[in-house]
Design a protein. Structure first.
Length: 166
């Protein structure tokens, strides 16, 4: 059952879920995910997974929103790429319940501003708690598509996910 909260995402979590055909996790876990127009442009600029992302956008699962270039936005741009800066600035502006981020610097920015955050792995773990998908296969698919997961993290995720196996 989707949770009715304000969820803001950067490019990486949505793109990586789309690449492994698991955007359904987003739809099951959240009523919708808001992405700044800058993030939507990044998602559409790639060749991979565009049709899948567009389907979820057309159904209202992914909603693009306008983000003003405020002082905070420009401050984030000093350290982060355009999509990350927009996502963090917007999440702070709307007091988001959760921010979806994978990159270390963006996650650090979220922490500095007391934003709850998770990434693609956290979303997959939430799915595992609900009996959705095979966590090992999903992590292996992420790795095969170029998402870096260190071996220690890989094992910890599998161990914590196994607590939800039937």
């Amino acid at each position: 059952m989707p949770v009715d909260e304000v969820i803001v995402s950067n490019t990486s979590p949505l793109l990586n879920l789309a690449l492994i055909d698991r955007l359904d996790c987003v739809e099951r876990q959240f009523s919708s995910v808001e992405v700044p127009e800058q993030v939507w442009a990044e998602l559409m600029a790639g060749e991979d997974a565009v049709p899948e992302l567009e389907r979820y956008h057309d159904r209202g699962v992914i909603e693009s929103v306008s983000v003003a270039e405020t002082d905070l936005f420009r401050e984030f741009l000093r350290e982060l790429d355009l999509g990350e800066a927009a996502a963090l600035a917007y999440a702070i502006e709307v007091d988001a319940d959760l921010c979806l981020l994978d990159e270390r610097e963006a996650r650090a920015g979220a922490t500095r501003h007391d934003l709850d955050r998770t990434g693609v792995i956290g979303i997959l773990l939430r799915g595992a708690r609900n009996g959705e998908g095979d966590l090992r296969d999903e992590l292996d698919s992420l790795r095969a598509d170029g998402f870096w997961i260190g071996e220690d993290l890989y094992q910890r995720v599998l161990e914590s996910g196994s607590a939800f196996d039937s």
